[in-house]
Design a protein around this ligand. Structure first.
Ligand code: AVJ
Length: 325
């Protein structure tokens, strides 16, 4: 069969996206305590470092989720979706497990990856279009808050949101996201959500603070990206990587802790960012879940959980839900 080039819809003109992000970053740096959105991790080097993280012995989520997909892709494919939509698709690495099973079931016609990174999306969509001639690959460059409606293709949809990426959203944003997602889906459409589970704090902290220091480099890389994109003058070596388990919020918080008093120039802000030794800049939250908790959150947003697949060691789960109205 002839290879058909994938269609790529670009909803985020790079300039608009960059300006909006820069604006948000200036505001979050001026806040007390200062913080940054996780989006700043992911330039090319950051994506590479994240790839290395996914291969670390301490970072179980990727490995365990992949094993769950291997074990249950056929059952998931049995729902008979004609369109697989993937939010935050990145390299679409684990997705081939779902695509293979859904093609095997004979129902899949279309794959719709959505990602903020145009380069990553083009590369992944191109590779999949070659690997699966006959599969209609329709990529959407955008973000999963503003551009969900662009993924509204096909008649029976399965939306995959893997890797526990949903854990990067603070609770209010998470709730809004699930409501918005429900509103672009039709009755009977499915959501497959990958969630990292609450577990003993020691293994959670090690997963986000590996002894080899890869996560520390990944964390500090956000400062390099910011220096380049925003013109700040952060010295990454002036910060220590910190991963903390917040038992009340049930999330891991990654921070960068100033090793000494410092002033950082933030173009566009009147005053420099002043940090005292020991002060933290929050760079990420990674919420951890229980199947019961997620089931309740999904119910409130209009989804019924029909199956959940929990790994043997109860580290990670895949939750399959459908809309109820
Ligand atoms: C890509 C957001 C799912 O929260 O586990 C890995 C990112 N940060 N190590 C996560 C991450 C530090 C990851 N997510």
């Amino acid at each position: 069969m002839a290879v058909v080039d994938p269609v790529i819809e670009v909803h985020l003109p790079a300039a608009e996206w960059r300006a909006a992000l820069a604006d948000a970053a200036r505001r979050s740096l001026a806040a007390r305590p200062p913080w940054l959105e996780p989006v700043w991790f992911y330039d090319e080097r950051g994506s590479e470092l994240f790839d290395r993280i996914t291969g670390l012995a301490e970072y179980y989520p990727t490995r365990v989720e992949r094993a769950l997909l291997v074990a249950h892709a056929e059952e998931i494919a049995a729902i008979g979706a004609d369109t697989l939509i993937e939010l935050g698709s990145g390299t679409s690495d684990k997705t081939t497990l779902l695509i293979d099973a859904m093609l095997g079931a004979g129902t899949l016609r279309r794959y719709v990856p959505l990602d903020v990174s145009e380069e990553t999306l083009r590369a992944a969509a191109g590779a999949l279009a070659h690997r699966y001639p006959g599969l209609d690959v329709h990529g959407v460059v955008g973000d999963f808050h503003r551009h969900l409606a662009a993924t509204r293709l096909g008649d029976r949809r399965l939306v995959a949101f893997l890797g526990s990426t949903i854990g990067n959203l603070p609770p209010v944003a998470r709730r809004r996201f699930l409501f918005d997602l429900d509103s672009v889906l039709d009755h009977g459409d499915r959501l497959l959500l990958g969630i990292d589970l609450v577990k003993d704090p020691a293994s959670l902290v090690t997963a986000y603070d590996d002894p080899g220091g890869v996560t520390a480099e990944f964390n500090r890389n956000a400062l390099r990206v910011l220096n380049r994109s925003l013109g700040t003058d952060f010295d990454p070596d002036a910060f220590e990587h910190v991963a903390i388990w917040d038992a009340r919020q049930r999330w891991i918080e990654m921070r960068l802790r100033a090793r000494w008093d410092q002033e950082v120039i933030v173009p566009g802000l009147e005053a420099p960012l002043r940090l005292r030794a020991g002060e933290d800049l929050r760079t990420e939250i990674s919420a951890k879940f229980t199947v019961e908790g997620v089931t309740a959150e999904l119910w409130e947003a209009g989804f019924v959980v029909e199956r959940s697949f929990v790994s043997e060691g109860e580290e990670f789960a895949l939750v399959l839900a459908h809309t109820y109205c």
